[in-house]
Structures are given as C-alpha cells and as structure tokens.
Design a protein around this ligand. Structure first.
Ligand SMILES: Cc1cc2nc3c(=O)[nH]c(=O)nc-3n(C[C@H](O)[C@H](O)[C@H](O)COP(=O)(O)OP(=O)(O)OC[C@H]3O[C@@H](n4cnc5c(N)ncnc54)[C@H](O)[C@@H]3O)c2cc1C
Length: 402
C-alpha cells in the first residue's frame, strides 16, 4: 500500500531543509527524506566551510524562523574588497554607503545546520524520514511513486510534486531524465580559519590570481575564514605543507593588508566542479539547490542561489490546487531562469576571467574593477547583486530591502 504526500522532498541538506521549513511555515504539508541521521555532525554539508550569506538570504532565513537559531553564531560583513594580483585598481563595497547595516553575514555551515535542525523540530505539518534514502522512482499518471529505504524497511510514497534537493550527484535528476553539463575546474579549495594581525573590521576580501582565487571572511573573536584555491595537481603538496609553509603560501597570495596571518586551524580540501542541470523541471518534478546547479564556491553563491530556489518554490505552491501542475512548474522555471543563469554565468566567468594568466586582459580587468568602484550606477548594481537581490526574488527575502 502506498502512502500519499502532495510534496515529497528528497534531500534534507541546507536547501532541502530550508524548503521543508518554508513550506511548513506557509501551512503546506510535505515529506522530507534525508539519508543522514538528523544530527548536525552526521550531515556531510554541515561541515567546517564558512558560508557567506547574502543579506537577502538572511532576510529569507529570518522570515522562515531559522535565523533566530543562527544569529548568535553569525558575523556581519560590512565591507567587501575585490582585487586581482598584478592588476591595478580594486572594487570596494561598503554597507553604510548603501544604507544598510550589513551586506551579508558569515556563518559556519555547521551552525546553519544546527539552526535548520532546531527549526525542523518545530515544524508541525512536515513528515521527516531520516535516516532514510530514496532507492527507486516510478512515473505515475499524475506524479511519481518513490521507494524509500530505512532501518524499518521499504515504504512507497506517491506524490504530485517530487523535489530533487539531493545535491550535486542528484539521483532524482538522473531518474527523471534531466541531463547535466559538467566542468572540472581542476582546482582544489582549502578551507580553514586563521587569525590576522590586524582586526578584520568586518571586511571580506576576495583576491584573484593566476593560481586561483583566495578569500578571507570575517568571523567571531577576530578570526577569519580562509578559502585558498590551488591547481588540483598541487593539492597533495599543499595538503602536506606544515602550518608555517601553508600560511606563507596564503600570505603570498593574499598580500599584507591584514598584516601577518597566524594560528591556522585544520585544513579541509574540496575538489571543485560545476554541474548544471539542462532543465530544472520535468513532469511533476523540480530540482533545487546543488541538484539544479553546483557553482564554484569562490563567488559564495551556491547556498544563496539554492535558498532563492527553495523560497520561490514555497511561495508559488502556496495556495496552488496541484503543486505539481505543469503550468505552475513552467512558471517556476521561467521565474528562476534569470537569477539561475546570471549567477551561474557570473560565477563561472569570474573564475575564468580573473584567474587565467591572460596578460592582454589585465588593463581591461583593472578598468572593470575601477569602474565597479567608482561609477555609482555600477557600484549600486554590484552591491544589490552582492546582497542577493537578483532576478525576480521571492517575497520572503524582500522584507528588509533597503
Ligand atoms: C568549500 C565551500 C564553500 C562554500 N561557501 C559558500 C558560501 O560562502 N555561500 C554560499 O551560498 N554557498 C557556499 N557553498 C555552496 C553550498 O555549500 C552549497 O551550495 C549547499 O550546501 C548546497 O546545499 P544542497 O542542500 O543543495 O545540497 P547538499 O548540501 O549536498 O545536500 C544534499 C542532501 O541530499 C541528501 N541525499 C542525497 N541523495 C539522497 C537520497 N537518495 N535520498 C535521501 N537523501 C539524499 C544528502 O545526504 C544531503 O544531505 C560552498 C561550498 C563549498 C564546497
């Protein structure tokens, strides 16, 4: 005998959990299936990466009741500084010049995971199956039948709207017949915390160089989250460096604006690739978050973009007679397209343009940085996009729009 759930979300990572919470907050019942046990340390993406959350995302998390559980662990980003080694000029964005108290916040993914789990515990309409795994899918006339495996055995759930929030290697995406385009950046990203000699003053730094980008995000207690990208074939050697040599490499790539870096924490390596689904909807199915698009982390867009997927979907299915109706899903895909395509193109283009050693491009890059810094309409557009107000954003993120 099959159970029924009008919306079935596969994957309770950062985006799937946010969607489940947004639906519950809108009074919509759904089922959430997650392979990992509902403990922050069990979930792979609730790790040591530091997330730069755009202002719009924090508005959205506040609107669905997550932020009150996360606020105490977050650090405001009041200034952003972007530059490129070897080029003149830099682009700076300052919150006060745009009439806001912060452009975004840094929050360790682990802390966002804890906040989401606490908020999930408060949901009253949501059915949570965890640890449980989607094992098979079968199309029906008006939806999908999913086989879910857990320690209690196998159960079948029929749904009108199947949501694939199951990450980069999405099982849902493959089973519903959506292809994915892949690009291997041949880069490895090392994440750790460091203490700079000078106070970070709530400034986030992003610096591009021939070898790849490096970023520094402000954290509590004068610490900073360091994100250092190296070519994949150098990753083993960088992983083997002792702390002093690793700091020397980071310092060489970042420069000395914050003085000497010290006290590096444990290093976590990530292989970087881009995976873009060829479509985000199929009959009675939709992809959100990394299942729909996995972007280079250096632009700090993956979760921000995925959260806008989730909040837009929750907004559009609220009040709909059939959440899986073809017309609704087409409208969803059309509404998300400018943000999705623009953000993917920007993340990819930025890494390609800013990191490739193309000396002929250097003057153009420098002029572009200067223009972003000095030309008011460009600066405003950059700040607005940096704060996550892109495309036709979900209403939940607009509440504190400056
Ligand atoms: C180093 C690094 C730094 C980053 N920094 C930023 C940043 O600053 N800002 C930002 O916005 N983004 C950032 N990102 C990106 C961000 O972390 C991701 O975009 C985000 O975690 C994606 O969430 P998700 O829920 O879509 O996917 P995931 O986190 O991958 O979650 C997918 C979930 O699906 C579950 N699952 C998979 N298959 C099944 C199945 N068959 N059945 C049931 N469950 C299943 C998995 O267990 C998992 O929990 C960064 C990423 C990295 C690697």
């Amino acid at each position: 005998m099959s159970e029924q759930s009008s919306i079935l979300i596969i994957g309770g990572g950062l985006v799937g959990a946010s969607l489940a919470i947004a639906l519950d907050a809108a009074g919509i019942a759904a089922t959430l299936v997650e392979t990992a046990a509902p403990r922050a340390e069990a979930q792979p993406s609730h790790d040591e990466r530091n997330l730069a959350l755009a202002r719009a995302s924090v508005n959205g998390l506040e609107a669905i009741g997550v932020w009150r559980h996360a606020r105490a662990s977050a650090t405001p980003i009041r200034h952003i500084h972007v530059s490129r080694a070897g080029d003149f000029g830099s682009a700076r964005i300052d919150a006060d010049k745009h009439g806001v108290d912060a452009l975004g916040w840094t929050l360790p993914a682990r802390e966002l995971g804890v906040a989401l789990l606490r908020r999930l515990d408060e949901c009253t309409r949501l059915t949570r199956l965890a640890p449980a795994t989607l094992a098979a899918l079968e199309p029906l006339a008006g939806g999908w039948r999913a086989q879910i495996d857990s320690a209690e055995g196998r159960r079948c759930i029929e749904t009108s709207l199947l949501v694939g929030a199951d990450g980069t290697e999405s099982f849902v995406r493959a089973r519903i017949g959506i292809a994915a385009e892949r690009h291997d950046y041949r880069q490895t990203l090392f994440v750790c915390t460091v203490t700079p000699e000078r106070d970070h003053a709530n400034r986030a730094w992003e610096r591009f160089a021939d070898g790849g980008p490096i970023a520094l995000l402000p954290l509590a207690e004068r610490r900073c989250g360091l994100v250092l990208t190296v070519a994949a074939d150098a990753a083993e050697a960088v992983a083997a460096l002792d702390d002093a040599a690793f700091i020397e490499l980071a310092q060489y790539r970042l420069g000395w604006r914050l003085g000497r870096l010290s006290r590096p924490g444990k290093r976590h390596p990530y292989a970087i690739r881009r995976v873009a689904a060829s479509a985000v909807v199929a009959p009675h199915a939709v992809l959100v978050g990394n299942a729909a698009q996995t972007v280079h982390p250096i632009g700090a867009q993956g979760f921000n973009l995925g959260l806008r997927d989730a909040l837009t979907l929750a907004e559009m299915v609220a009040g709909a007679a059939d959440p899986g109706a073809a017309e609704l899903l087409q409208r969803y895909a059309a509404r998300r397209a400018p943000d999705r395509e623009g953000t993917m193109a920007m993340s990819h283009g930025l890494v390609q343009l800013a990191c490739l050693p193309q000396p002929l491009l250097a003057p153009l890059r420098s002029l572009a940085l200067l223009a972003c810094d000095r030309v008011p309409p460009l600066q405003r557009a950059l700040a607005r996009r940096g704060m996550g107000f892109r495309g036709d954003p979900p209403l939940a993120v607009l509440e504190r729009l400056p």
